[in-house]
Design a protein around this ligand. Structure first.
Ligand code: GSH
Length: 131
């Protein structure tokens, strides 16, 4: 198994995938993509044509869109389960996911761009995982 997650440390969309990989106890390689233009390089566009992270590559199979990646991981590596079985609980989990993607994150984009301009070390992947 060769799982590679293309990500940026400060990206909430990346983090939901990163956390899922950790929770499922999967072995994976993390590749930091600097969102200062690196996402437009042809080698990354070959994996993620819309120049977005996260992108997951599993043994040559490319998956983009964080929720699609979570769905893929849940189907392929079902234990431990990351989603509830109960219909109402599942609806709540899906609502939280979709509201986050469709409403909350777009609303924070302007703010995050300002932070990244003022603290380019974040943009350059300066954040280091400590544990
Ligand atoms: N709907 C996508 C959104 C992905 C997305 O917007 N990623 C941002 C970082 S959080 C990105 O890659 N921005 C760089 C760009 O668009 O060039 C998902 O859930 O994966």
């Amino acid at each position: 198994m060769v799982l590679t997650l293309y990500h940026s440390s400060i990206s909430p969309n990346s983090r939901r995938v990163w956390i899922t990989l950790l929770e499922k106890g999967l072995e994976f390689e993390l590749v930091e993509i600097k969102l200062d233009g690196e996402q437009f390089k042809p080698e990354f566009l070959a994996i993620s044509p819309f120049h977005h992270i996260p992108a997951l590559v599993d043994d040559g199979f490319n998956v983009v869109e964080s929720l699609a990646i979570l769905e893929y991981l849940e189907a392929k590596y079902p234990t431990p389960a990351m989603l509830p079985k109960d219909a109402k609980d599942l609806a709540i989990a899906r609502m939280v996911q979709l509201v986050t993607v469709n409403e909350l994150l777009p609303a924070t984009t302007t703010f995050l761009r300002g932070v990244m301009r003022k603290a380019p070390v974040l943009l350059a992947g300066g954040y280091k995982r400590t544990g």
